[in-house]
Design a protein around this ligand. Sequence first.
Ligand code: AMP
Length: 410
Amino acid sequence: MTFKDLGLNDRLLSALNQKGYIKPSQIQDKAIPIILEGHDLLGSAQTGSGKTAAFVLPLLNKLLEIPLEKSKRHIRALIITPTRELAAQVHQSVVDYGSLSQMRSTVIFGGVNANPQIATLRSGVDVLVATPGRLLDLQSQKALSLSKVEFLVLDEADRMLDMGFARDLNKIVGLLPQKRQNLLFSATFSKEIKALANKFLNFPKQVEVNPSNSTVETVNQEVIRVDKSRKTALIIHLIKEGDWKQVLIFTRTKHGANKLCKKMIQSGISAAAIHGNKSQNARTKALADFKNGSVKALVATDIAARGLDIPLLPYVVNFELPNVPEDYVHRIGRTGRAGAEGKALSLVSGDEKVYLKDIEKLIDQRISSSVHPGFELDPSIVYKAIKKPGRSGNSRKKPSSFKKRPNTFR
Ligand code: AMP
């Protein structure tokens, strides 16, 4: 299949050509025809699978089918994402793919001055990308109207539920016309996601792509067993020894991210932290510096890193394992993207073994583990296993699409 075979408009094909995309990805192959036919869609795909283009392309195509009335622009497509970073990235895709389509779009999210956003909205947009809070805020100020929306996209809906946006989503959907096309994307199809889909979607077609194809299989995963107190020294050593140019490091807490970032800077590694307590400007700057290479190590918490599109990231390090095993899959999805090889390294101390077990169960693989020379374990340290937190009604089942496969990295 080529993008042309999928039936996309010439202007979109030219924009894709400019981006250098040759073949549609699996999710694009499956989702684009369904959306073009006008069906609602429930799609399961991970970040890194090309899911953004899978909904942005057909959506723009559908908008182009009806000639634009420039004098009477109104919001025709609404895309909602859980985080600011993801909103900005999805909007960039709308801009890139729609560059030849005379479409007007904008993105709104909290944490930054609303006035420029209001001014752009007043000048008229066809496509709006938004996070839930700022969207409702500006709607209540009458800075925008959702009464003529034809297409609704909920991106990373599982994360929106995790972040407590269920009520906001209800409110937003209540402001939309009854007749519209709905697309919902989620990394997993949990009970909660199915309930949300039942509520918002109309006889949706379901599309699922095997996440192990897009992430788990192309990522070289490894565990280094190390004492907790030596993790910082080890990561600094690994970066220096391997002369790593770009590494994304995950910590469990904001405080942990700050602390590690400070230690790295003290040891001469350019680093920045990205998490929920940072201002939007600081987050945008950290990401830009990381992308342009002036910052070598980006230290992030799960929520802040969700949806970050950093193509061809060579290294992802789990400084601490996530306590929700699905977050491990999201984290390592930052590397080995679009078919490129990447390496995901987890520094695991004795108390985290229980998390490691859960992760291996989820991905149906044993991850090869070793001890780094010079960082051998101190046998006198006895770790108490970390107590697993209870799940807050969001228990996500193992995706049925994870296949058992031998570990090739041992
Ligand atoms: P996403 O899963 O939407 O975050 O996309 C992951 C990355 O793959 C992004 O950097 C996209 O620009 C890129 N991408 C999306 N579709 C294709 C394609 N058909 N061919 C090559 N790269 C793509």
